[in-house]
Design a protein around this ligand. Structure first.
Ligand SMILES: [Zn+2]
Length: 118
């Protein structure tokens, strides 16, 4: 064992094939992923059509997808991963918009006394 191996953090576990395929799906067709309800997304299917994905809204809820892969293996499929990325990106955009509104409001509020003095 060398000092170098102690100093470096363990590499993250390799991504699974389904994770990578979900990321590919998001990259190529993420714009087509549709949020249709509370944690429910329509995700394009590679062979045409769409699958309906239910993402966890609370930690103890199950996720699901009506694709054959999920139905057969009961494992997180690429559609669930793609919808998860879409949800995370949408939340990030919403947070950015909110932060900009807050900043604009704060800026207006700091100018109000100055404007009142004019
Ligand atoms: Zn699926």
């Amino acid at each position: 064992m060398t000092n170098r191996s102690l100093a470096q953090p363990a590499p993250p576990p390799p991504a699974t094939t389904r994770e990578l395929r979900g990321l590919d799906l998001y990259r190529s067709r993420g714009a087509e992923i549709e949020h249709i309800g509370h944690g429910v997304y329509r995700v394009p299917a590679c062979g045409g059509g769409v699958y309906e994905v239910n993402l966890k809204v609370f930690a103890d809820e199950p996720e699901s997808c009506n694709c054959p892969d999920y139905q057969r293996h009961k494992q997180t499929c690429k559609h669930v991963y793609a919808a998860t990325v879409a949800r995370a990106k949408a939340r990030m955009r919403a947070r950015t918009v909110q932060a900009e509104r807050t900043k604009a409001r704060a800026s207006r509020a700091s100018l109000a006394p100055l404007a009142a003095a004019l």
